[in-house]
Design a protein around this ligand. Sequence first.
Ligand SMILES: Nc1ncnc2c1ncn2[C@@H]1O[C@H](COP(=O)(O)OP(=O)(O)OP(=O)(O)O)[C@@H](O)[C@H]1O
Ligand SMILES: Nc1ncnc2c1ncn2[C@@H]1O[C@H](COP(=O)(O)OP(=O)(O)OP(=O)(O)O)[C@@H](O)[C@H]1O
Lengths: 217, 217
Amino acid sequence: KQHVAVIGLGRFGSAVAAELGAAGHDVLGIDSDLGVVQRLAPSVTHVVQTDATDEQSLGRLGVADCDSAVVAITGHIETSILVTLLLKRLGVERVIAKARNDLHGEILTRVGADRVIYPERDTGLRLAHSWSSSDITDSLDVVEGYAVSRVQVPQEIVGQELGDVIGNRPDGVTLLLLARGSRVILYPDRGERLQRRDVLVLAGELEEMERFFSSLH
Amino acid sequence: KQHVAVIGLGRFGSAVAAELGAAGHDVLGIDSDLGVVQRLAPSVTHVVQTDATDEQSLGRLGVADCDSAVVAITGHIETSILVTLLLKRLGVERVIAKARNDLHGEILTRVGADRVIYPERDTGLRLAHSWSSSDITDSLDVVEGYAVSRVQVPQEIVGQELGDVIGNRPDGVTLLLLARGSRVILYPDRGERLQRRDVLVLAGELEEMERFFSSLH
Ligand SMILES: Nc1ncnc2c1ncn2[C@@H]1O[C@H](COP(=O)(O)OP(=O)(O)OP(=O)(O)O)[C@@H](O)[C@H]1O
Ligand SMILES: Nc1ncnc2c1ncn2[C@@H]1O[C@H](COP(=O)(O)OP(=O)(O)OP(=O)(O)O)[C@@H](O)[C@H]1O
């Protein structure tokens, strides 16, 4: 397990801090707003109120001993840049920073950020890539034009056999796995009958996916 | 292909509008800021400056003929709620709206939004779920604690045979596909040798993934 500092506990930062804590990592959350720190105290291992641009304060908190850090501040671009630079000077090996736009992202990379994240843009692209059907609840781009998609089984095909729904067309859509409740079935049998809450994970070209979904309804 | 209105062309809205346009959908972008409209004119099929809370104006633009719409405004929660309500009254079948926080999301659902999106929170969770290794560039949650991950092949295993790297342990990590350049190889052969820019798509329990990645380095 890692020792991680999360600086800036807004919507993005607080989600990262709480989820990493839940996965068993040792998380140090830092925010300059006392109200934010008090609200998050129950869900983050350690939460501290301080101004993260104060190098002495980061030193006293032991941030230099962290394996990695997340800088989740975009309201004040100057603060985000300063904190990223300080973390790399303190010797933190992996610094991931959220950027407001391309320019901010470029500066973060130049001062040493190991990875830059654009939450609004990435979520917008992901929504557009899973547009072909409202049954797609999420998708993962593999290469340009080819994706792995998570699909909620539509009403129309409940009760049907998998082999009848997803043929074995070589150029078509491939079924990778079926999730039923908390059970995951890799390469399910063609005779398996689909149930109401089943989730499918499919792979294929985006056009093929579109053709497949419009054939279902 | 669909006829889609995207209202609010900030970071999220502009990414959705441009990408849906690139995929061949007929996109109508709407924003009240002339500067935004002019900047995006080259990358969105049709872009119009208007106040989206003006029902007459939405009517004149033919928004009622759209199959679906995206409301991407969170700076003024009242505007986002009004526009969502107007779209459903105009008869738009699928309205997807971005929310600033849970409360905003709950109101959007009550006024008829068919899907609510939280870009910052979702991106934060996704980052935490792919934390086990810096080789994971993205991941898709299938069920609680089980994910499909996209991985950049780490330097340490370049040149090795797939069979040696990813054993066939029943409880371990499963290789679903290998992407090389723009080519995708489903269920690659165990004798395949890994190359420098290869991308792997793996499935498994999050703990198994963590164990697998720490065994690589
Ligand atoms: N100097 C600082 N030191 C520590 N925390 C700070 C500092 N400046 C701002 N913050 C905190 O960082 C958090 C996120 O900041 P901000 O709202 O600017 O970012 P954001 O990117 O809009 O957040 P979100 O993730 O909600 O989109 C806030 O809770 C704020 O109190
Ligand atoms: N009444 C309106 N009609 C049309 N467009 C509007 C209206 N009000 C705001 N907008 C536009 O919506 C866009 C996004 O608004 P806002 O900045 O509030 O949302 P945001 O969620 O912060 O955006 P981002 O996607 O960048 O995070 C802006 O470009 C703004 O000009």
